[in-house]
Design a protein around this ligand. Structure first.
Ligand code: SF4
Length: 268
């Protein structure tokens, strides 16, 4: 495109940026940190602790408000509910302590279905809602996905080349796309461009992979992990968005290659 045809170039830019619905409220301004939402794991873990405390406080407030009515139905109901809440809260904090031990202590006392592919996915979603209220959504989600990936990587899963699926979004820069295709070619793994989460789920249903390496922004990755990671092992690579959402996304190709290599073994 030459400089004497600015109009055609502008049209290209507009059609190229089809926003994912996660970015509906984007105001067109550059994203903070040039679209790099890297944040240390502690950012998520602090918000997750706050989320657990808020859920317990919310449940306690509900019981407190409803107690007189519940007592009218059955006298033991309020005390029974208080006891159930105390037990549930104690178990939740115990589980959270195991999560911290697993992440920082590098031991995995719980199977994946009880940790990163189980309650952790629900905690991630809830924490994301709390973080939104504080305007920290993308950073907290980034840290949450990092913690998830660290735990998932430590499971040292291995699958055959035909059993791994690489899912990429439509917004990768040419450089990132070339890099992904080169890695996929080296390790002989199929790559699919999933334009929407729905399509990604359909590809997974049809191809029936035994593991997935997915690439997406933090917002899309949260939905994807919540919907898929409980059923299928997923490693989720987040991106940098230097030109705003849904266009020219960059990613860490070294991490992608490390993941693909650890899942399917040495390249061809
Ligand atoms: S993955 Fe890319 S296209 Fe999808 S919502 Fe995120 S930035 Fe937009």
């Amino acid at each position: 495109m030459t400089s004497d045809s600015p109009r055609a170039q502008l049209i290209h830019i507009e059609t190229d940026r089809r926003l994912g619905h996660e970015w509906d409220e984007w105001d067109g301004k550059p994203l903070p940190g040039n679209g790099d939402f890297s944040a240390p794991p502690g950012v998520f873990l602090r918000y997750a602790g706050l989320t657990l405390a808020l859920v317990a406080a919310g449940a306690a407030a509900l019981i407190f408000v409803l107690a007189p009515r519940l007592a009218a139905v059955a006298a033991v109901l309020p005390s029974g509910l208080w006891l159930a809440l105390a037990v549930a809260t104690a178990l939740a904090w115990l589980w959270f302590a195991v999560l911290l031990l697993s992440f920082y202590g590098k031991v995995l006392p719980l199977p994946e279905g009880w940790l990163e592919r189980g309650p952790y996915l629900r905690l991630m979603s809830l924490t994301s809602h709390v973080a939104r209220a504080f305007g920290k959504r993308d950073w907290v989600e980034h840290a949450a996905i990092d913690v998830y990936n660290t735990l998932a990587e430590r499971r040292r899963r291995r699958v055959g080349k035909g059993e791994l699926l690489v899912l990429i979004p439509r917004c990768l820069s040419k450089q990132a796309l070339d890099g992904v295709l080169a890695i996929a070619g080296r390790y002989e793994v199929p790559v699919f461009v999933a334009t929407r989460g729905q399509l990604a789920r359909r590809v997974i249903r049809e191809r029936r992979p035994r593991a997935v390496v997915a690439v997406a922004c933090e917002r899309d990755m949260m939905t994807g992990l919540r919907d898929v990671a409980g059923k299928l092992p997923v490693l989720g690579l987040t991106m940098r968005l230097p030109n705003g959402p849904c266009r020219d996304a960059m990613l860490d190709l070294e991490t992608m290659e490390r993941w693909v290599q650890s899942l399917v073994g040495a390249g061809a």
